[in-house]
Design a protein around this ligand. Structure first.
Ligand code: SF4
Length: 233
C-alpha cells in the first residue's frame, strides 16, 4: 500500500469518526483516539487551561501533553505548564523553536511580531509544532466552536491535511460555561491571567485583555488583522 493510500484511509477514518462522534462526550472522543492511535496520539496545550489535558489523563494516564514554548510566553503560562507537570498524570513535552528570541532578533531584527507576525508565528509556532508532531498520527486540541467565527465549524475529529494527521477536538461543542463548570467541578488548573481580564492567552507581545462583551479571541493580535497563528489553518 502506498503512503498516499495509507493517508487516504486514515483521512476517511477521521472523517467518518467526525460524523459518528459528533454527539459523543469529550471522554468518549478521547477514548476513541487513544484506542485507535495508542502512543501515536498526543494532546497539545497552550496552557491557557488544562481542561483537555485533564480529560485525557483520566482516559489515558501518562498521556503525552505537548506544549510549545515560543520564548514569548507570560510567566503565568510557564507557571501553569510547570504546575500541570507537577500535579497531573501526564507526560509534558516542551517544544522550542530552532532559534532563541535573541537569535531571531539578530537575523530578522527585533520585534518581528510587530512587523511580520505571520513570519514570527511560522518560525516560533508552526514549524516547531510540525516537527514535534512527526512521531504522532493524531493530536488533540482545545479548539471550541464558540471561541470565534473562524472556529465555528471545527469537527470533533477531522483530517489535518497540512500535517497529514488526525486532529481531535474533544471539546469542540463545549461552551465557555461548559469549560467553567468542568474546571470548577474537577479543580482543573487554569492560567491565572484568565482571572485578570484575559480571555485567551497567547504570546505576551500579541495578547491583550478583552473588554466586556468582546469575543474571547479579540485580544489576540488586536489591530493587526490576524486572528489565528497558523497552527489551525
Ligand atoms: Fe510571534 Fe506573536 Fe506569533 Fe508569538 S503570537 S509567535 S510573538 S507573532
Amino acid at each position: 500500500m502506498t503512503t498516499t493510500q495509507v493517508h487516504g484511509n486514515v483521512k476517511e477514518l477521521a472523517e467518518r469518526a467526525g460524523r459518528d462522534l459528533e454527539h459523543a462526550s469529550a471522554p468518549d472522543v478521547l477514548r476513541w483516539a487513544v484506542e485507535t492511535f495508542g502512543k501515536k496520539f498526543c494532546v497539545t496545550s497552550s496552557m491557557e487551561d488544562a481542561v483537555v489535558a485533564h480529560l485525557a489523563s483520566r482516559v489515558a494516564p501518562g498521556v503525552d501533553v505537548v506544549f510549545l514554548d515560543t520564548g514569548y510566553h507570560f510567566e503565568e503560562t510557564i507557571g501553569t505548564r510547570d504546575a500541570v507537570e507537577a500535579v497531573m498524570d501526564v507526560n509534558v513535552i516542551t517544544l522550542t523553536p530552532r532559534q532563541s528570541v535573541a537569535e531571531q532578533d539578530a537575523e530578522y531584527g527585533p520585534k518581528l511580531h510587530d512587523r511580520d507576525p505571520d513570519l514570527c508565528c511560522a518560525l516560533r509556532k508552526v514549524k516547531p509544532l510540525q516537527q514535534g508532531l512527526t512521531s504522532y498520527e493524531a493530536w488533540a486540541t482545545g479548539l471550541r466552536r464558540d471561541e470565534s467565527p473562524t472556529r465555528a465549524n471545527t469537527p470533533v475529529v477531522g483530517w489535518d491535511a497540512r500535517r497529514q494527521k488526525v486532529k481531535v477536538s474533544p471539546i469542540a461543542r463545549w461552551t465557555q460555561a461548559d469549560v467553567d463548570a468542568y474546571v470548577a467541578e474537577h479543580g482543573v488548573l487554569t492560567n491565572p491571567l484568565l482571572m485578570d481580564g484575559y480571555a485567551s492567552v497567547g504570546c505576551a507581545p500579541c495578547t491583550r485583555r478583552v473588554a466586556e462583551g468582546e469575543d474571547a479571541r479579540a485580544g489576540r493580535w488586536a489591530g493587526r488583522g490576524k486572528t489565528e497563528c497558523g497552527l489551525h489553518g
